[in-house]
Design a binder for this molecule. Structure first.
Ligand code: ATP
Ligand code: MG
Ligand code: FE
Length: 332
C-alpha cells in the first residue's frame, strides 16, 4: 500500500510517501519569501505553495521511482492552518485523487505532529503525555490511541513558539528567531535576568505576559545603555529561554503526576529547543519517565507525519469524499 501525503498548512510545502507503514521520504520546500517581513504573510504563502507543490510531489515520486498509478491513496492536511495555504493542498489532493480514482484521507495537522513519534523507533506505547509546542500551538495532550487524543491544557493567548519569535524580533534577530535564541542562549547564563513566570489554572499556559515584560525590560535597559542588547544578548536569550522552558516544564510535571503517566513525548517545532530537551531529559531521569523526542526533521512541519497519520487512517478505512474542504481552526 503506497500513500502520497501532502502538507501545506503554513509556510512549508511538503510531500512524502509511505509504503505499508514505512515512510520512504519527506521532501520539504521551505518558503523564504517571508523572512524580510518578520513573519508569515498568508497571501504570499498560498502563492508559494502553488509554485512549489507540483515540483515537490514530483520529486517525492521520482526519488522512489514510483508513478502516480502505483499509489493507493492521497492524504492531505485539512487543518488547522492558514486557509489559503490549506486550500492549495486540499485542492491538489482532490484533483489528483479524482484523476487517479483513488481514496482521499484527511489529516489533522496537530494530531500528525504527535503521530510523528510513530515514524521511527523507539515508539511510545499508549497512553502517553505529549507536549506539542509549535509556532501556532502549545498543547498538553493525553494520547490514548492513534486518534484518541484529549487536549487537557493549552495556551490561552500566544503559542510558545510565538513567544520565542517575538522575543527574537525585539532583539533584532531575523524570523523565525526561535532557533537563534536557542543558539545564543547556549553561551549565556539562564539566571542573569529574572522574568515573571505566569501561572495559569489547571494545565493551561499563557505566554503573552513574558513578551510584554521583555519589551519593557529591553526599553528601560536600552535607555540607560544603547549597547545593552549587543553586549548582553547571550544572557538575555538564556534567561528568556529558561523562563519559557520552566513554564512548560511545570505543567508537564503536574500532568504526568496527576494522570499517572510515565511516558512523556514532545512534538512540534519548539521541541528542537536544546534548553527544553535538556530540562526534560533531566526531569525524566529524576522521575523515571521514558522520554520521546522525534528527529528534528519530523518536529517542524513535514509531510512524513501526515503520511504516518494517513497510514493508520487507511487501516481503519477512514476516507473522505470529494466535498471535503479545509478547516483553518480544525479541532480534535
Ligand atoms: P503549527 O504547527 O502550530 O501550525 P508551525 O507549523 O509554524 O505552527 P512548527 O513548524 O512546528 O510550527 O514550528 C515552528 C516554530 O518552532 C517557530 O516558532 C520556531 O521559532 C520554533 N523553533 C524551531 N526551532 C527552535 C528552537 N531550537 N528553539 C526555539 N524555538 C524553535
Ligand atoms: Mg513552519
Ligand atoms: Fe506545525
Amino acid at each position: 500500500i503506497n500513500i502520497l501525503a501532502i502538507e501545506s498548512s503554513c509556510d512549508e510545502t511538503s510531500a512524502a510517501l509511505i509504503s505499508n507503514g514505512k515512510v520512504l521520504n519527506n521532501i520539504i520546500a521551505t518558503q523564504s519569501v517571508h523572512e524580510k517581513y518578520g513573519g508569515v504573510v498568508p497571501e504570499l504563502a498560498s502563492r508559494a505553495h502553488q509554485q512549489h507543490l507540483i515540483p515537490t510531489v514530483h520529486a517525492a515520486l521520482e526519488e522512489q521511482g514510483l508513478r502516480p498509478k502505483d499509489l493507493n491513496a492521497i492524504a492531505f492536511t485539512k487543518g488547522p492552518g492558514l486557509l489559503g495555504s490549506l486550500l492549495v493542498g486540499v485542492s491538489f489532493a482532490k484533483a489528483m485523487a479524482y484523476a487517479l480514482d483513488l481514496p482521499l484521507i484527511e489529516v489533522n495537522h496537530m494530531q500528525a505532529h504527535i503521530l510523528a513519534h510513530f515514524i521511527e523507533e523507539p515508539r511510545p506505547a499508549f497512553p502517553f503525555l505529549c507536549l506539542t509546542v509549535s509556532g501556532g500551538h502549545t498543547q498538553l495532550v493525553h494520547v490514548r490511541g492513534y486518534f484518541d487524543m484529549e487536549i487537557i491544557g493549552q495556551t490561552q493567548d500566544d503559542a510558545v513558539g510565538e513567544a520565542f519569535d517575538k522575543t527574537a524580533k525585539l532583539l533584532g534577530l531575523p524570523y523565525p528567531g526561535g532557533p537563534l535564541i536557542d543558539r545564543h542562549a547556549a553561551a549565556g547564563n539562564p539566571h542573569a535576568y529574572a522574568f515573571p513566570i505566569t501561572e495559569m489554572p489547571g494545565y493551561d499556559f499563557s505566554f503573552s505576559g513574558i513578551k510584554t515584560a521583555v519589551l519593557y525590560f529591553l526599553r528601560d535597559q536600552m535607555q540607560a545603555d544603547a549597547t545593552f542588547i549587543s553586549r548582553e544578548l547571550a544572557n538575555i536569550c538564556a534567561s528568556v529561554q529558561y523562563t519559557l522552558v520552566e513554564m512548560l516544564l511545570r505543567k508537564v510535571r503536574k500532568a504526568a503526576r496527576e494522570l499517572g503517566l510515565r511516558q512523556v513525548a514532545i512534538a512540534g517545532g519548539v521541541s528542537a529547543n536544546s534548553g527544553l530537551r535538556a530540562a526534560l531529559e533531566q526531569e525524566a531521569e529524576k522521575r523515571g519517565w521514558s522520554l520521546f523526542i522525534p528527529k528534528f526533521e519530523y518536529c517542524t512541519d513535514n509531510a512524513a507525519m501526515i503520511a504516518m497519520a494517513a497510514h493508520y487512517k487507511y487501516l481503519e478505512g477512514d476516507f473522505v469524499g470529494m466535498d471535503v474542504v479545509p478547516e483553518a481552526r480544525m479541532k480534535f
